[in-house]
Write a protein that binds this ligand. Sequence first.
Ligand code: 5AD
Ligand code: SF4
Length: 514
Amino acid sequence: MNEKQRLESQQVKADNSADKKSEKDYSKYFQSVYIPPSLKDAKKRGKEEVEYHDDFAIPEVFRGMGEGKKFYIRTYGCQMNEHDTEVMAGIFTALGYQPTNTVDDANVILLNTCAIRENAENKVFGELGHLKSLKLEKPDLLLGVCGCMSQEESVVKRILEKHHFVDMIFGTHNIHRLPQILNEAYLSKEMVIEVWSKEGDVIENLPKVRKGKTKAWVNIMYGCDKFCTYCIVPYTRGKERSRRPEDIIQEVRHLAAQGYKEITLLGQNVNAYGKDFTDIEYRFGDLMDEIRKIDIPRIRFTTSHPRDFDDHLIEVLAKGGNLVDHIHLPVQSGSSDTLKIMARKYTREQYLELVRKIKRAIPSASLTTDIIVGYPNETEEHFEETMSLYREVGFDAAYTYIYSPREGTPAAKMQDNVPMEVKKERLQRLNALVNETCALKMKEYGGQVVEVLVEGESKKNSEVLAGYTTKNKLVNFKGPKSAIGQIVKVKITGTKTWSLNGDMVEEAAAIEVE
Ligand code: 5AD
Ligand code: SF4
């Protein structure tokens, strides 16, 4: 921070200083203030073993820090971020804060950010613009930026230069330090920045306040070592490191005992689970084989990299039971040339062979995917290969994106020779195919009876209930409110492109089940 920025940021903080003096002095518990993030350091993948910490505890001195105060967290991006928000909500609660659903009555606001594409970042900068006036009205409000964007040097620099009213920035490896960071922000007149570029540890026993009572997320691993050339995640989330199987199994068992009906196992690349263990030979297939024995109705996982999807895993998934028959398998492109430039390390043929293997072992499996269009060097022929692969696999649905250059990644240095109009036109053509295929697949459900895990009232109509099938199809149906949180049978009476309509049926009436 230069002198000008320091003075400017002190000005905003000076307004809060009277309030800050009334806080207790916890400064001896704070060890570091400004550690700038570095994408270059984040790329280093050393040989050091992952450190496991299972002694997380909120220091006695911080308990009660949040008494009479409210927190609000806005989450952007993937399920990993959603789950990090649950951990931060757990820490806030342990500190005595209450949650609130509006920014207006919050004493602390956190933006848990996503860096995956430029538009995700623009949303956050837009939101910071809105929050500036709130911060000016309420100088003692604490405003923080965390999540993936905080791991980027350019973002930290931009916030320092243009958004001095932000009180704290902390990274994805610093979540467990939230009590110390908050305390420092109350005491300090300067923006508190704590972003470690380290490869990352595994911290157990973090408190969590889960968003729902039916579905829960469980991290099985953190980070990514794949370094696909477009992707910022290996830099923002650190190296691949797996939680110990016994910790995961214990967490899933505990959730089952609490009545949760569905668990989604989370990792940037769950198929790389266990690769980092030095003392045991234990991979994702082994973990799934143990988790399927736990008495809980549905187990999902996300997200998979085709390269690490091994035969043992397919064999275990084919055992079915609570392992659902839906697999999200990002392909990114149907052209081997583009896949090579993306450094995905598989070809079109290898991907198709994997799909054939999965379908042979699990004939009912539904597959969904992620696709990027308009990659540097993508020709019309390459794009057509993506379209033909989509048709050949017969995906149930896809998330589709225009390539967005991310500073610090290899692709950002490539010459992007695909004009934006061409990228947009390709995205439209792909989306038309995705919608058409999805609508056709949905039609097949007409008249069938499916099992639905009921999440609550439908967003549009409180008279209607909504939930998901094992294949993750949204079903809106008429049924009693007592069905919320249960798995019930629903007869499909109408199909749309993205959802199904139906009526709940009694057990005895269920003849055909998905
Ligand atoms: N541009 C566009 N899409 C991207 N994704 C990841 N990085 C980028 C990028 N730079 C997409 C990939 C990934 C999904 C989570 O986001 O399809 O699977
Ligand atoms: Fe990004 Fe590739 Fe890792 Fe997925 S596997 S998080 S796309 S680098």
